[in-house]
Design a protein. Structure first.
Length: 151
């Protein structure tokens, strides 16, 4: 959880929230069942939302599977370090085929391989429409991973 530029008190609250999340994840991972009502593959933004919505029903069991490792690392928790994840085990390192329309170049296809998927390693840039200007592009300053409004 990013602590710089946080409003007063956010750091302590975030730390305690993160502590509860970690402890709950450890508890659930240590007691995996042989059967689940729903298995969600991939813990990116979309998979996490689907799993969370399913888990709102206390009568069903939900397993969220992730191919990558844990997000509890400085290069994920400190959003300003996002580029340092590229080319590591937290990155699938997919490469497109050479494209004649691009002078034979092969472009990298970036994708996160970690708990949280791309949202754990992205640049947190957002596009917001405004009445005056139409669309503006801006980095979400002062926001950390796990904040309430990630891109
Ligand atoms: C480096 C980078 C920078 C970015 N910058 C921005 C930005 O500034 N602004 C913006 O709006 N967007 C940005 N994006 C894009 C944004 O992060 C993604 O669009 C978004 O996270 C996609 O979410 P998703 O849930 O669809 O997929 P993903 O986040 O890709 O989630 C898929 C998950 O599934 C897992 N998975 C795949 N196969 C399996 C399997 N067989 N078993 C288990 N798990 C599996 C993957 O490891 C991954 O965690 C960026 C992305 C990257 C990679």
């Amino acid at each position: 959880m990013k602590t710089q530029n946080s409003p007063k008190g956010e750091s302590a609250t975030s730390t305690s929230f993160m502590g509860r999340v970690r402890s709950n994840q450890q508890k659930l991972a240590a007691a995996l069942k042989s059967h689940y009502d729903f298995i969600v593959c991939g813990s990116g933004s979309s998979g996490s939302v689907v799993a969370r919505r399913l888990a709102e029903n206390p009568n069903v069991s939900v397993l969220l599977l992730e191919a990558g490792g844990h997000d509890d690392t400085p290069s994920v928790m400190d959003a300003s370090q996002w580029p340092t994840n590229i080319g590591t085990e937290r990155h699938w390192q997919f490469q497109a085929q050479q494209n004649p329309a691009l002078n034979g170049r092969s472009l990298p296809l970036s994708m996160g391989k970690v708990l949280g998927g791309g949202s754990s390693v992205n640049a947190m840039f957002g596009l917001a429409a405004t009445r005056a200007t139409g669309i503006s592009s801006h980095p979400k300053q002062g926001m950390g991973r796990g904040a309430t409004n990630p891109c």
